[in-house]
Design a protein around this ligand. Structure first.
Ligand SMILES: [Zn+2]
Length: 259
């Protein structure tokens, strides 16, 4: 039998709660839980048994290439109101979150969601390792190269042989199950995320929009997300690139970068 901290949870898709610790952050002390799930095409059973084999070792070393490590950031005690937990399910975006890319609104959505959850005092942010809407970093950059030659974000993915959005949310649902959460107030503009959670057994009792003003570089991307991917972005006027770049205070910076 696996030790409790590495026992796969039951639920729509097995995940392993692998590690947890509180970390002081600018938003206060947040609890970070790391979950392991099978990488695409791999079996979690192999990584779970690897955890078991190494359980007595001070440094467990399951086959890392077979798993993805996802993060749940827990604020307060969400299990106290398990039917309506303020929740953000966020997919990794290295380019914006680490390097400040202005091509998308991911970092701003991440920051806004964390601010809102921290302000409420209870909630969960699940950070899924599915870069580039699920196609990975290298393919995302390949798609950007196609966009430089005129394709939009959907067509670029199609030209590379991918769907417009290859993300899935069954891992997120499994993590929510493990946390004892049955229903969420979901911070998202993406109806597919609502649907994905619902089909995995998590009730979305409310959808809360995360509206980020576009900048000069993200305006066309956000317009495509609205018009071709069904994202619920509320204000047409926010897609005026010149106006919105002023709105977010990036006008000078964005113009410099676009020269
Ligand atoms: Zn992004």
């Amino acid at each position: 039998m696996l030790p409790s901290e590495t026992r796969p949870t039951t639920g729509p898709m097995a995940v392993v709660r692998y590690a947890e610790s509180a970390i002081p952050t600018a938003r206060g002390r947040l609890k970070f839980l790391v979950y392991r799930a099978a990488a695409p095409g791999m079996s979690l059973a192999s990584s779970a048994s690897a955890s078991s084999e190494f359980a007595s070792s001070p440094a467990p070393s399951p086959a890392l290439e077979s798993v993805l490590e996802h993060v749940a950031i827990v604020v307060g005690d969400p299990a106290a109101t398990p039917d309506r937990v303020l929740t953000r399910i966020h997919s990794e975006c290295l380019t914006s979150e680490v390097f400040g890319s202005l091509k998308c609104d991911c970092k701003e959505q991440l920051d806004a969601a964390l601010d809102q959850i921290a302000a409420e005092g209870h909630g969960v942010l699940i950070y899924l390792r599915q870069e580039g809407r699920g196609i990975g970093l290298g393919n995302k950059i390949r798609a950007y190269a196609l966009q430089e030659r005129g394709a939009d974000t959907v067509d670029a993915n199609h030209q590379l042989g991918f769907g417009s959005d290859d993300r899935s949310y069954d891992v997120a649902a499994a993590i929510l199950c493990d946390l004892g959460i049955r229903g969420v107030r979901l911070l998202t503009n993406n109806p597919e995320k609502v649907q994905g959670l619902a089909t995995s057994g998590i009730r979305v009792v409310e959808r809360l929009p995360v509206q980020i003003a576009a900048n000069l570089h993200s305006a066309s991307y956000l317009r495509v997300k609205r018009d071709r991917m069904g994202h619920l972005l509320e204000s047409d006027t926010d897609f005026d690139a010149d106006r919105t770049s002023r709105l977010v205070g990036l006008a000078g910076e964005a113009r410099e970068l676009s020269k």
